[in-house]
Design a protein around this ligand. Structure first.
Ligand SMILES: Nc1ncnc2c1ncn2[C@@H]1O[C@H](COP(=O)(O)OP(=O)(O)OP(=O)(O)O)[C@@H](O)[C@H]1O
Length: 299
């Protein structure tokens, strides 16, 4: 695989913005995420990759308060995040979803304004009475929303209904809505899914521009070219466990990553201990059966 580093990271990387420690998420008997540590520092773009069902989205959900992890702790700028998604957003962590979740019958501008609700202080009465405080806040919010629409290149479509936008623009609008909450960390879940190569390239530039504005980014994506071009660091999840973490070259050169994607067994693979135990138990059961008196021979 070729990698071109199109936009080297000139932003200063530093303090941990996100610090997830020992995150485990179980659903009944299934451990979807097991003891995962991950740090994202200021100025960084970090990628999270892994085969289907590896636990990437579940991990995102643990970071953003949609799930309360069975074990582990998630800190944003040193403070443990509350287990409620709107509080996580208010704290400074915004996200987009794998499946677009726009308000289809609202305009482009209205969708971005919705994203600002965690940043407006005007109360219910002020909003209902549309008093001077509310009007001032509303004007400021609209100005900021328009700035964001300029930033993502959709200002000219402010009054279009979200449902009428082409797919790639809907994805961009989701990003603008997430940015409207003025996050310090943006989590993107498959931002280029369904995009053509030009749209993917434009998204790459957009993510670099977001990083250059001082927002750290954690991104899940299946498009490896996109990930390896974009990210300062990449973590690989396999069967809920972090297998490898490093810069793009390290991860691309790791045979275990290739093997995990191809579904080939490798030494130390997550789940290997369990598989070995089950095979040993099966062999033991077969041996016992073979040795048992009265065993029928194959005919
Ligand atoms: N709410 C849930 N209840 C039960 N099992 C779940 C739940 N959410 C996810 N899982 C299971 O957890 C595992 C990890 O799923 P997850 O969606 O996090 O993987 P993923 O890496 O994001 O996959 P993909 O790349 O296909 O989106 C899967 O086995 C999935 O079936």
């Amino acid at each position: 695989m070729t990698t071109e580093t199109t936009a080297p990271n000139t932003a200063a990387t530093g303090q941990a913005v996100l610090d997830a420690r020992g995150v485990t998420m179980r659903f009944g008997g299934l451990t979807a995420v097991r003891n995962v540590d991950l740090t994202v520092n200021s100025g960084e773009i970090v990628g999270l990759i892994g085969p289907n069902g590896a636990g990437k989205t579940t991990f995102f959900n643990c970071l953003t308060g949609l799930y309360i992890p069975t074990e582990g702790e998630v800190r944003y700028k040193g403070t443990v995040l509350p287990p409620k998604s709107f509080k996580v957003t208010a704290a400074g962590v915004a996200r987009t979803f794998q499946n677009i979740r726009l308000f289809a019958n609202m305009t482009v501008l209205e969708n971005v304004l919705v994203g600002r609700h965690t940043r407006t202080k005007e109360g219910l009465w002020s909003a209902l009475l549309r008093g001077p405080g509310f009007k001032k806040a509303e004007k400021a919010s609209e100005e900021r929303a328009m700035e964001l629409l300029e930033f993502i290149g959709l200002a000219h479509k402010r009054d279009h209904l979200a449902r009428n936008l082409p797919y790639g623009e809907q994805r961009k609008l989701e990003i603008a809505r997430a940015l409207a909450s003025e996050p310090g960390l943006l989590l993107l879940d498959e931002p280029t899914a369904g995009m053509n190569p030009q749209e993917t390239r434009a998204t790459e530039e957009l993510v670099f521009a977001i990083r250059d504005q001082g927002i750290a980014v954690l991104v899940i994506e299946h498009d490896m070219r996109f990930i390896f071009n974009l990210c300062d660091r990449v973590a690989v999840l396999v069967q809920g466990e972090k297998l490898v973490e490093g810069d793009s070259a390290t991860v691309q050169g790791d045979e275990r990553v290739v093997a995990a994607y191809l579904g080939e067994p490798f030494e130390g693979a997550p789940g290997t201990d369990e598989i070995t135990e089950v095979s040993a138990a099966e062999t033991h059961a077969d041996t016992t059966k073979d040795a048992a008196p009265g065993k029928e021979t194959d005919r």
